[in-house]
Design a protein around this ligand. Structure first.
Ligand code: PLP
Length: 448
């Protein structure tokens, strides 16, 4: 693997980038993080509060349809939402053996691993974009209006059948787009990278989805899908690298979390900060969630992405400020990881830009830990989260134990006293659709 000149130069200046090239776990702190009020106005030019509200309203309109078609959403009234659960036993177990073995404050798990329909965080952005496109088409043809009962969409399968949805994916986005689109009646083509798991392809095919496989990595699958779709006027491409609609679907999660925190009487303010860790692949899901949370909580929320040591694409995109032009391979990394959902060698150009001054930092995590955390979570809380989603646990484990964080904690006033009043959330991004025999494999996997 040839290391590019820009990567070498960056490593000379930055110990963190040198760690990345040495394939060592590290923590990158974003020097470009700005006080939220300084960037609020500019950000809203791109994605405004009204845009997020519009996405929320749209999901409300679809709720009766979703509730009718997917009985598992009965409890949430047709909203696709996951529990925010305190994981006290995991909190106690997680930092054992570290110098600071006590994780301060309260630790929660945002269980997007258990989201209805798609079983991963992709049920937010992916399904939102499919629904929005379906709504747009139906309205354009006079088959639907805003005040209709959206349950009538169930009668439009033949209409949607004239259109095609396409997406490039490492797996879970394909599942989300594929399942929802096929259900509505669309023809669907999912372009899968070589990292995609066989069972995900099988599951999609069983639902009538056309799965096209590539020997190459994720960026290639996306590029091919984009090209293929552009040749067909009746085809729509969900573009994980640039889509604002995907981003909006993810951003809506913030208000849902806010409601859940309020229901538990948990406040978020300067004295009671919120710290959130989200596994990142191309950046769409964590980027949208981060943006939504930041809009609500400003400087009182601290957001860290977590990525595999072999594929820290957001980290290199930010650190180099080359955005989507950065690639982990330029740093001598293979990009190959057991965290299949995070195996994107280049980050989203949209997310790296819009969140450039929003994200606090990025933790990298060795693959072997993913399986250890997965087993620990099963043992302590009896919750199953797929390996990619377990990358979030490196955050609370290392918060007080990694020297790269010391200055950040000090500057942001995150003293031990304050942290005792903090809430930390690990975002569990997937696992709900993993078949039993694959769980057996996962639970038995040990890497050294
Ligand atoms: C997709 C995915 C992520 C990350 O989302 P990106 O939008 O690719 O950054 C994290 N975990 C799981 C399980 C995923 O499927």
């Amino acid at each position: 693997m040839e290391i590019k000149e820009y990567a070498k130069k960056l490593a000379e200046k930055s110990g963190v980038v040198q760690d990345v090239m040495d394939k060592k776990e590290t923590v990158w702190i974003n020097e470009r993080l700005l006080p939220f009020e300084l960037i609020d106005g500019l950000c809203q030019l791109v994605v405004s509060d009204e845009d997020i509200k519009d996405a929320e309203d749209r999901l409300e309109r679809f709720a009766p349809y979703i509730r009718m078609c997917f009985p598992e959403t009965e409890e949430t009234g047709g909203l696709i939402e996951s529990p925010l659960r305190e994981i006290e036993k995991m909190r106690k177990a997680l930092a054992k053996g570290e110098p600071e073995s006590e994780i301060p404050g309260r630790l929660f798990l945002k269980m997007d691993s258990h989201l209805a329909i798609a079983g991963s965080v992709k049920a937010r952005g992916g399904i939102y974009e499919v629904l929005k496109h379906a709504e747009t088409l139906a309205m354009k043809e006079g088959k639907l209006s805003v005040n209709d009962d959206y349950r009538k969409l169930a009668d439009l399968k033949d209409f949607f059948g004239e259109y095609t949805m396409q997406v490039g994916s490492t797996g879970n986005l394909g599942l989300s787009i594929g399942i929802m689109s096929a259900f509505l009646g669309f023809k669907v083509k999912v372009h899968m990278s070589s990292d995609a798991k066989q069972w995900k392809k099988d599951m999609l095919r069983s639902k009538g989805v056309e799965v096209i496989e590539y020997e190459d990595d994720y960026s290639k699958a996306v590029a091919e899908g984009r090209k293929n779709s552009s040749l067909d006027p009746k085809s729509y491409f969900v573009d994980d690298e640039y889509s604002v609609d995907l981003f909006l679907g993810y951003a809506v999660s913030a208000k849902r979390v806010d409601k859940q925190l309020k229901e538990m009487d948990i406040k978020v303010d300067k004295d009671n900060p919120l710290i959130v860790y989200i596994p990142a692949g191309v950046g769409g899901a964590p980027g949208g969630v981060a943006y939504g949370l930041k809009r609500l909580y400003g400087d009182n929320v601290h957001i860290f992405f977590t990525e595999p040591v072999m594929c820290p694409s957001l980290l290199v995109g930010y650190a180099s400020q080359k955005y989507e032009l950065a690639n982990v391979k330029d740093f001598g990394l293979s990009g190959q990881t057991h965290a299949d959902g995070l195996a994107c060698a280049s980050p989203s150009g949209f997310v790296t830009r819009i969140d450039n001054n929003i994200v606090s930092g990025d933790f990298t995590c060795e693959d072997r830990r993913l399986y250890d955390y997965m087993r620990m979570l099963v043992r302590t809380e009896n919750i199953r989260v797929e390996p990619s989603g377990c990358a979030s646990f490196i955050g609370p484990k290392m918060l007080l134990n990694h020297e790269n964080l010391r200055k950040y904690l000090e500057e942001k006033g995150l003293t031990k006293e304050v942290l005792k009043r903090s809430v930390q959330i690990c975002w569990a991004t997937g696992g709900g659709l993993v078949p039993e025999e694959i769980w057996k494999e996962y639970l038995a996997t040990e890497l050294f």
